[in-house]
Design a protein around this ligand. Structure first.
Ligand SMILES: C[S@@+](CC[C@H](N)C(=O)[O-])C[C@H]1O[C@@H](n2cnc3c(N)ncnc32)[C@H](O)[C@@H]1O
Length: 343
């Protein structure tokens, strides 16, 4: 099946990290419901099921009871039938691994539209929502989102905003949510709606912009952890090995811009970069390719004009290349070593 641009699944290490941030561990999870409203092939649900089964076993629940807990408490929705089926298959493999031939009906994992989900009061909400930019949405999609989601009322909103808003709406008063999404929602004008909705509930933002979580995908992701419990006036910002920073809730987005270095993924990691050279005096530096200057100091020269007139030219390159660095050749050494070069 051809993957769409927004079907970028979460790697296992990140899934585990997010479930930890969510606090989805320990015996408390046995009676709590967790949901991913855009669950793909089940990255979060599979790990959650593993954790749930381990806790149930620790508490000596019977196999039948464990099955019921899984069926009741692991919840997900995926719109693409192929991925939904794959998700169910992966969940069944977890069951098979622990209980041999038993079969379970995952009654709360469904093939459908997560934005239309009508149940709420979930204890844990987790996810990596689909990112579809405004320009890539159909007019019907835009219209639907504009009419149904506060985060999509104005500007050029992203599809993911509606999923984050929905995740907030279906969380119980004691529940906790954890979403990975592009940092842009906190920085760009069109993110204003979702930013204002999530602001009162944010507990922690984890800067993972430098972790290259989704190779070859041009998003700078952050993990947001939120809950509806009583709040302080600060949001904690975590970044790799740095000490946690506390940011004022009302203005945290200004600090994010200073603190999170989104420039760490280079354009050159994705594209081959070549810069032009301005000699400022071509007559001195550009020679014909059959010139008798020493070949070690000549490089092929390209320019629109040379291409247009099919000219074979060389440029004098008075540098030494070694181990990936380029060093200038001392002027005196240069003329001694390359006597044919004009002085
Ligand atoms: C970025 S992927 C993440 C999948 C999974 N949560 C993960 O982290 O691996 C987003 C998923 O949302 C699904 N999706 C898109 N629109 C949806 C909708 N309206 N309702 C439910 N799922 C949707 C896509 O098919 C895709 O599988």
């Amino acid at each position: 099946m051809q993957r769409k641009k927004y079907q970028v699944f979460t790697p296992e290490a990140v899934v585990e990290k997010m479930l930890d941030l969510l606090g989805y561990k320990g015996e408390l999870i046995i009676n709590k419901r967790i949901i991913d409203i855009s669950c793909g092939d089940g990255a979060f649900l599979v790990s959650a099921a593993e954790r749930l089964i381990a806790e149930c076993k620790n508490k000596n629940l019977t196999t039948k009871e464990i099955m019921e807990k899984c069926s009741q408490n692991i919840c997900g929705i995926e719109i693409e039938t192929e991925y939904y089926k794959k998700c169910i298959k992966r969940l069944n493999e977890v069951i098979k691994k622990h209980f041999k031939k038993l079969y379970i009906k995952w009654k709360n994992v469904n093939n459908g539209d997560g934005l239309l989900h009508s149940e709420d009061n979930y204890d844990f909400v987790v996810g990596n929502p689909p990112y579809i930019s405004y320009k890539d949405m159909s007019s019907e999609q835009k219209e639907y989102l504009r009419n149904n989601f506060l985060s999509c009322k104005q500007y050029r909103f992203d599809y993911s905003f509606a999923f984050i808003e929905k995740s907030l709406n279906i969380l119980s008063d004691q529940g906790k949510g954890c979403i990975i999404s592009p940092i842009n929602m906190y920085r760009i004008k069109s993110g204003i709606g979702i930013k204002e909705l999530i602001r009162p509930y944010l507990d922690v933002i984890v800067d993972v912009t430098e972790d290259n979580i989704f190779p070859r995908v041009l998003t700078n992701p952050v993990i947001s952890v939120f809950s509806k419990t009583k709040k302080t006036n600060e949001i904690v910002l975590l970044k790799r090995d740095l000490a946690p920073r506390k940011l004022p809730r009302e203005t945290f987005e200004n600090d994010i811009n200073l603190f999170i270095n989104v420039g760490s993924r280079r354009f050159g990691d994705y594209f081959s970069v070549h810069n032009g050279v301005a000699t400022l005096y071509n007559e001195a530096f550009i020679v014909n390719s059959d010139s008798d200057l020493e070949s070690e100091v000549l490089m092929n020269a390209r320019s629109p004009k040379f291409s247009r007139f099919n000219l074979n030219k060389k440029i004098i390159f008075p540098y030494l290349h070694s181990s990936g660095t380029i060093n200038k050749i001392d002027e005196k050494d240069f003329f001694e070593k390359y006597p044919n070069c004009p002085n």
